[in-house]
Each structure stands twice: as structure tokens, then as C-alpha cells.
Design a protein around this ligand. Sequence first.
Ligand code: SME
Length: 160
Amino acid sequence: MSTATTDTYRSALEAVDRIVNREAEADEVLRKAVDVLAERFGHYSWTGVYLVEGDDLVLGPWHGPEETEHTRIPIGQGICGAAAASGRTEIVDDVNADGRYLACFVSTRSEIVVPISFDGKVVGEIDIDSDEPSAFTEADQEFLERLALFLSPYAAKLSR
Ligand code: SME
């Protein structure tokens, strides 16, 4: 179950807005935005941003108890690669029931991947794993898609 309230989503967006206004460096904006997500949402167990590099997604800033072995994912592979290929958000309620899933952590039960687009092109994505089954709601999707708009010019700068 999602534990976040409407106020939590709103104040997290405000926090990222302040970061965007304060930070000049694109990588700092992404890193601090990832920290905001990790600090404020109990059901976000592992949070990362991937950036598009050619035909791959390459892991940028992340926050979580463990690092992932999936630091480079070909677009089209895994849940991450599916979202990048389609440009649409993926919510997976039970990762173990999804044949596309690339496992990172044994504790992960559900996942959301939100593409970050710039000029109609996917330049990166927000990837969140939860240790709770079916952790991600429409409220998470709406919030993270708004966040992706905030991050879009910064991800575009770092994408190659
Ligand atoms: N589970 C993802 C891979 C990335 S890790 O979750 C950090 C996938 O299936 O694409």
C-alpha cells in the first residue's frame, strides 16, 4: 500500500522545484531529486535515474541499500527498457510474475518506471523498486510523471 499523502507528493514537487531553481549543474539536479524521493517516500525502497546513451540506458544517480548490477540496460530489455522503448510509464504490481523483469534485489516486489522525455524523445527514466507488493498507485504515477517534466531538460543535457 502507498503510504504517501497528497501533501507528501505536493511538498516533494516543491522541493524539486527549489532544487531546479538553485542548482546549475544537471547531474546535481538529478542526484538531489533522487535523494528527495528516497527520503520522503517509505514505499520507494530503491530509486534511480537512468539516462539514454545511444541504444542503452545507463545508470545515473541512485539511492538505496544496495547497488544494482544492471548499470547498462539495452532499450527494449527489462521493465526499464520497455518503458524507454514505448515512452510510457510501466507499473508492475508483482515483478516475479513479469517475464520481462530483470532482477536486481531479492527484496523487490513491485516496480514503476517513468520515462523522461525531451522534445518528444526519451532521454532517461525514473526507476523505483519497492519491497511492498503493488506499491505504486495512480498518485505515484501522476507525481512521478510531473517530476519527469521538471527533470527533462537536465536529463536531456546528460543524455548522449
Ligand atoms: N528491474 C529493472 C532493472 C533495473 S533495477 O530494478 C535497478 C528492469 O526490469 O528493467
